[in-house]
Design a protein around this ligand. Structure first.
Ligand code: SF4
Length: 54
């Protein structure tokens, strides 16, 4: 049974760290960053712990 971290909600089902059949991450912690020089909205941020599903 994989870990479900209820402190990290996530809807990215294509990530290998996404728990099956629930909207949570399975990692203990994640790293967030940005690809923008001056982020101004949520689309500017990225989950740097994302990893494509198998
Ligand atoms: S690593 Fe990031 S994208 Fe992947 S399930 Fe966790 S929070 Fe979502």
């Amino acid at each position: 049974m994989e870990n479900i971290n209820k402190s990290i909600q996530c809807t990215v089902e294509q990530c290998r760290h996404h728990c099956v059949n629930c909207d949570y991450c399975s990692l203990d912690r994640i790293r967030i960053g940005t690809h923008e020089s001056n982020p101004s909205q949520d689309q500017c941020t990225d989950c740097l712990s994302f990893s494509a599903a198998y």
